[in-house]
Structures are given as structure tokens and as C-alpha cells.
Design a protein around this ligand. Sequence first.
Ligand SMILES: NC(=O)c1ccc[n+]([C@@H]2O[C@H](COP(=O)([O-])OP(=O)(O)OC[C@H]3O[C@@H](n4cnc5c(N)ncnc54)[C@H](O)[C@@H]3O)[C@@H](O)[C@H]2O)c1
Length: 327
Amino acid sequence: MNILVVGGAGYIGSHMVKHLMAKGHQVIVVDNLSTGYRDAVLADSFFQIDIANRTELDQVFQHHPIDAVFHFASYIQVGESVIAPAKYYENNVSATLTLLQAMVAADVKKFVFSSTAAVYGNPEYMPIDEAHPKQPINPYGQSKLMVERILQDFDHAYGLKSVCLRYFNAAGADPEALLGERHEPETHLIPLVLQAASGRREAINVFGQDYETDDGTCVRDYIHIVDLADAHLKAVDYLNAGNSSRAFNLGNGNGFSVNQIIQAAEAVTGKTIPVIYGERRVGDPAILVADATAANQILGWTPQCSDIKTIIANAWAWEQKFPWDSV
Ligand SMILES: NC(=O)c1ccc[n+]([C@@H]2O[C@H](COP(=O)([O-])OP(=O)(O)OC[C@H]3O[C@@H](n4cnc5c(N)ncnc54)[C@H](O)[C@@H]3O)[C@@H](O)[C@H]2O)c1
């Protein structure tokens, strides 16, 4: 297939590109490098374009055969979205609308969208399945839900078929350590814990030890980046088979507490990780775990490398290659 990976210079998109190339697909990458890295793009075809720029997008679609678009480009920081919502609605919703219009104009009708567990808001039951009420509690989650709703209308009006993949926590790194997570600032637990292990960070801050969980710290569902990439290919196979647009949760259904992640990281790295315990943060639910039965039964997707030891070992190999500008 010819796949356009939008946001292919970012954390998840760059791993997707590598995965697609390994499976023999033709890959074109569009990214404005606002948070991504040129050296993370392993594909030959790279266009530094902002998806808000319809003219430049049209040129890409005119000059390249494209069977499907995988859309990873967005801003991703929940906290920032609360203080700068316009930035999030502009990039995550408005620019995505421009991308979708360019697709319709070019008659490209298959789309896989990076959605998020944040579309659900505060959990009403656990594990969370796709039917769970969608009541995002921040502009980041709202922006993703808005795109999901736009996609329903684009299917109805223009026949654009889509799969929305609601990731829980993407984690880990390329098993060959050519690629990995390098968000700036980093807000995700596993890379922060590993930075504390390597000495790049003095300690890991843990917010709250009085949650109703086994050890009092928050529980989250982590999915290996390679398993996420694999789900995207299964999603496009699903669309190629003529199936209807829909959303799927991607998680492994096993929650790990913050303390369990720190202990697992100590076991993998052989280091003692300094921890500073603080107060709870506003808006953090005690437990967020996916029910990914639909992805398993309908897409035939089963995580292969999402055990926590593999996730942390791969992320640790990447952390040890810091500084990455010399990768
Ligand atoms: N990382 C996670 O745990 C997680 C969880 C749920 C959902 N997601 C979603 O997955 C997607 C990828 O996340 P990530 O962690 O790889 O983020 P990232 O910031 O590493 O990658 C995003 C990429 O998109 C590019 N981009 C942003 N706006 C653009 C624009 N207007 N035009 C062109 N390129 C643009 C950036 O330069 C970057 O390369 C996002 O949509 C995010 O919301 C991520």
C-alpha cells in the first residue's frame, strides 16, 4: 500500500513509518517538525508541511498515489491544552479539517486517526469499553472527540471511511533503539522514571499515594509502540475489507500502578530511582484501564510486546543513547 503518515516525525508516527517500511509498504511523511525530529523519519519521501496549509497538502496528494492516511499530527499536552485551548482547537481540529478536505478533494477515502482515552473523561466503570460515555474533561480530549464526530459526518456525506484508535498510554521504543520517545517537555511516566534512573533528572515526582488502588498510586494501562503500529495496519486492513467506520480502544487491559512502574524500572535498569511523593494532581482518575476486546475480536489484534518488562527495557535502551541528536 501507499500510506501517507501525517506526523511521521513524532514519537508514535516515526515508529509507524519504520513498521510500515519493514512490511514492504510505500511511505510518505508529512510533518511540520513543530514537535517532531527530521532524523526520526526513516522514509525517503518527506515533506515539511503544516497540515493547515491546504495548497501544499493538495500538491502532495496530486503527485503521489495514496491509499490511506494515518494521522498522528496534533498537540498532545493535556495541561497546556487547559491554559491554551485555542492552540489545541486550531491545530488538532481546524488543521485536521483541512487535511480531511484535501483527502476528499483527492478522492482518498481511508483514514486512521490517533484518538485517545481522554475522550472518555472521568471513568464511570472499569475497564473502559468503547460504549463508555464520552465526556472529556480538558480541551485536548475535546479536540479529539470533535475530530471523531467530524469523521462520522465525513463518512455520511463523502464516504470517507475511518478508524479512530483510542490509545491509552503509548510506551516503549523501537526494539533496535533507532527510535524512541523524545517529547520536550516530557510528561509521560516511563521516560521520566528512566531519566531519574539515568541521572538526567534528580528524582521522579509521584502525585498522590492515597488513591483507592492496591498501593495508593494511580494505575494506568501501557501499550508498546510496536503493538500500536501493528494495530494501525490491522485497522487499514479492516477498512480495505469494506467494513464500517468505527472506534477501537488500544490497551492491554492490565493496569500498572506508578509504584509498580518504578519497581519494574529499578529491576530492568539495576539502579535505585529517587522518588518524591507529593499531593494528588487535579483531574487524575485513580485507575484507567482499557477494555480492548473489540480490537481483539474485530481487528484480530493482540498485543505481542506490551509486557511491562519489555516496554521498559526497550525504553531504557533508548534512554541510554541520549543525547539523541548524535543518534
Ligand atoms: N503518546 C501517547 O501516549 C498518546 C496517547 C494517546 C493519543 N496519542 C496521540 O497520538 C498522536 C501522536 O502522539 P506522539 O506522542 O507521537 O506526539 P508527537 O508530538 O511526538 O508527534 C506529533 C507529530 O505531529 C507533528 N505535527 C503537529 N502538528 C502538525 C501540523 N499542524 N502539521 C504537520 N505536522 C504536525 C509534530 O511535529 C510531531 O512530529 C497524537 O495525535 C496524540 O494525540 C498519543
